[in-house]
Design a protein around this ligand. Structure first.
Ligand SMILES: CC(C)(COP(=O)(O)OP(=O)(O)OC[C@H]1O[C@@H](n2cnc3c(N)ncnc32)[C@H](O)[C@@H]1OP(=O)(O)O)[C@@H](O)C(=O)NCCC(=O)NCCS
Length: 173
């Protein structure tokens, strides 16, 4: 498997920039139903993905798009929320970062940590003037990393095709 990204930069494995964060949730983050607001989960996922993007690209990177987010289970006040994040794919200046979110009651380690959300972020590395800059490619190592890399390419192809189709439809309006 060859690294993509910028040919002049050495590719990096996803393990190089991998990041996990954990927080104990509180009533301040609750929604009207008494569960943790989805936006709070998104913010934590975005922060985690941002750290991965900065580490992989070796400098500042901004969120360009959220490709897909799935909320699978409610998160309750008092849960420990843990994120697990790595770079799945890198282009010339953009990266897809995957984030898995798990939750477990803060006071009961005997319970299974539940998979509560997943998201795919696109980050773009920028230079001092805010312009896209070249980044290292991704060299997937494990079978799971190879799978994530392949699936990220599928998401990117769909995103580009959708954008081209919408642009074309607008031109005919
Ligand atoms: C992201 C940003 C730097 C892109 O700048 P741009 O001039 O449009 O960049 P380009 O068109 O040259 O694209 C650069 C790369 O970003 C990717 N990209 C740009 N917009 C994208 C989008 N909406 N979704 C996915 N990828 C995108 C391009 O595919 C390209 O990838 P590649 O270099 O790996 O091939 C610019 O749009 C920006 O600064 N946005 C604001 C970001 C921000 O403030 N985020 C925080 C929001 S709260």
């Amino acid at each position: 498997m060859t690294a993509e990204g910028n040919g002049e930069l050495h590719g990096l494995p996803p393990s190089y920039a991998r990041v996990s964060l954990a927080v104990v949730t509180s009533g301040r983050e609750a929604n009207l139903l008494g569960n943790i607001h989805g936006g709070e989960i998104m913010k934590l996922a975005d922060s985690t993905a941002g750290a991965v993007a900065a580490r992989h690209s070796g400098g500042p990177a901004v969120t360009a798009a959220v490709d897909e987010v799935a909320f699978l289970q409610p998160v309750h006040v008092g849960d420990i929320v843990r994120t697990f994040s790595q770079v799945n794919w890198a282009g010339r200046s953009s990266m897809e970062i995957g984030v898995r979110v798990e939750a477990q009651p803060w006071n009961d380690p005997s319970t299974t940590s539940l998979h509560v959300a997943s998201a795919y972020f696109v980050f773009v590395a920028i230079d001092g003037a805010g312009r896209p800059r070249a980044i290292p490619g991704v060299v997937p190592e494990s079978p799971a990393e190879v799978r994530r890399h392949r699936e990220a390419e599928i998401r990117r192809a769909h995103r580009l095709a959708r954008k081209a189709e919408i642009d074309s439809a607008r031109r005919t309006d």
